[in-house]
Ligand binder design. Structure first.
Ligand code: ZN
Length: 168
């Protein structure tokens, strides 16, 4: 890294974070054995609110920020719910609130949904992102910065050291 380098578009950022939602830690890189996440700043790999906060930060700097839904996973879309009969589910899927389900739509695309509610012999599936509508309470720390390689710039993502084969 160059002297005076700050987080900027096109740089590979290594980031430690703790994410709290409604006062509870829902995600962190600070568990034992965890490594910082790496991404290319400005490439849209993380939520926009976090990119905005990080822009201009230096290595070792940390910040505590609240990111509103509009700059995170958006508001809850009331149309992104669907009632499905319980008998449509394979027996391997536990019918209980919170169960995550992969659903293939007509075009063959895989969608993620959660069981939001159970009503008699039907369940209400929620296709919203689990953090939609939530304010995200982040502590972030910039651990490292480096230039992206030519290949990473072309691909728009980071190539990890342990990744022998490029997946795309
Ligand atoms: Zn690649």
């Amino acid at each position: 890294m160059k002297d005076g380098q700050v987080v900027w578009d096109g740089l590979v950022v290594s980031l430690d974070y703790v994410l709290k939602v409604d006062g509870e830690v829902v995600d962190t890189t600070r568990n034992e054995g965890d490594a910082p996440i790496q991404f290319i700043q400005g490439a849209g790999q993380i939520i926009p609110g976090l990119e905005m906060v990080l822009q201009g930060m230096i290595i070792g700097e940390s910040k505590k920020v609240l990111i509103p839904p509009a700059d995170a996973y958006g508001d809850v879309d009331p149309d992104a719910f669907e009632m499905v009969a319980t008998r449509e589910f394979p027996p391997s899927i536990p019918i209980k609130v919170g169960t995550q389900i992969e659903i293939r739509d007509e075009s063959g695309e895989t969608l993620m949904a959660y069981i939001a509610e159970i009503e008699d012999d039907q369940v209400r599936l929620d296709f919203n992102h689990p953090l939609a509508g939530k304010e995200l309470d982040f502590i972030v720390e910039v651990v490292d910065l480096r230039d992206a390689t030519e290949e990473e710039k072309v691909h728009g993502h980071v190539h990890g050291e342990e990744q022998d084969e490029d997946r795309g």
